[in-house]
Design a protein around this ligand. Sequence first.
Ligand code: ZN
Length: 577
Amino acid sequence: MTKSLLVILLASIGAATAAAGSSPDAAELAKMAGRLAPTPLRVDLSRLSPGDRKAVAKLIDASRIVNDIFLDQLWSGNRAEYRKLQADRSPLGRARLHYFWMNKGPWSEIDGYTAFLPGVPATKPPGANFYPEDMTKEEFESWEKGLSPGEQESAKGFYTVIRRDASRKLTIVPYSREYRADLARAADLLREAAAATDNATLERFLTARASAFLSNDYYDSDIAWMDLDAPVDVTIGPYETYNDALFGYKAAFESYVTIRDEKETAKVAFFSKHLQDVEDHLPEDPKYRVARLGAASPIRVVNELFAAGDGNHGVATAAYNLPNDDRVVQQKGSKRILLRNIQQAKFEKTLVPISKIVLSPEDRKDVDFDMFFTWIMAHELSHGLGPHEIRVGDRTTNPRLELKDLYSAIEEAKADVTGMFALQRMMDTKAIPGGAAEERKLYTTVLASAFRTLHFGLQDAHARGQAMQVNYLLDKGGYVARPDGTFAVDFGKIKQAIADLDHDLLTLEATGDYAGAKKMMEKDAVLRPEIRKAVDRLAAIPTDIEPLYTTAESLTAKTGPPRKRPGGPAKPPVTGR
Ligand code: ZN
């Protein structure tokens, strides 16, 4: 699930905790922060070369600058507010600072961006600090119409902010100018990291990205990122546009310093080799099967050492797909990064406690992280399976166009279910270890995970797709609701139920059957009473995690430069941990 979707669906559930009128006190803030369970991230660096270790420390320091830039991007008052909070040593001040840092601003993200500090705007300005706060959509649009085509492109581009000049006229300022001092320091650190690493592709990416910070032209460095093939996998720069709620044009700075998980990345490659066999056996009319699957976009599995800026606020990002520049995507495709230790932290802090409520004591033993992560990989790969180019009447079209607003719910459900089908198929063909014990782990873990998604509410397409699956599988007898309020898998029926559900979802996509999709969603994408009751019992379970960068902190404490810098916030103090 993308982070933005999760944020949207979380927005409605936490609203009750935001204090109306007055701002929350220290105890309330601690409770609000506690919904994101603090989780130390420890990453094994023992296999890194000495050069890469040095590079990693530089990259973490560069990422701290990314935090500073992101504070600026989110709100014009952010840096001043942050300095004010840092100076406040009272318990309330500490609690405010801690929650501020988790949100990278004075608004509680999981409460739909409601203010938790006094004297700040009630919610995040829709244009964040990418545009003048008093600028309306209409003003931008009528101004932009009068520009030359080149200026229009730049006004709507990823890497510029819009400001007012001395005569209050709107004007375009490139990131390289707006954030010049920060980007110059970050570029220096990237070059130092490039000089330290012994991996040529990492050196090339970091050198190109350092130049991009200063030239504002990110194309070459995006290409170099696609070619990055190194034990230290890093994503740093302006990427996602979700924070620009006004237009969705402007990219926020983020950073992920990660270490590639060689074993799990190899597993993805291994699964990829079996995809054609799965496609050839999908439970759908054989005429819909794709005889030769195209090349799938690469998937990298990594462990997060440090994340910053847009990569570290509110709900933790567990996966991302980049770059967003269409020119790069057309030439090089895109890459999907799965953050395995973040998935594991979420699993332990949310899924395991949920399983204690929705499963019987004996079934809980089958909830297994390795299987959970294997299924996530299978889900990602399954997006590449099934119908992609379809015929409706005499038109060639695709499921997205035909299923319109219902597409994401159907497609995500398809990937969930096809992922289970694919793993079952690989177990049956002995491509991976199978047998009763493995099957118990797979189906029981996925059942518990369904309740994790439902716990967030039904506002989101993914959650509706999930509700649909649970109800369908209950009706087919693959899942059983027990009188004591727990749920279980019926192992005699689950495989057929999965095949039936997959058949129905694949056929909806193959035929572009909007009416059929609508009917299925209306019937099954609901919280029936027995599920509602279970979901209500999950209220006290943490919503997500707060990553604590244990390994990164110890690494840079020894090798990093002094963190206090004039003009910018220092490393956040560790509060209440
Ligand atoms: Zn998906």
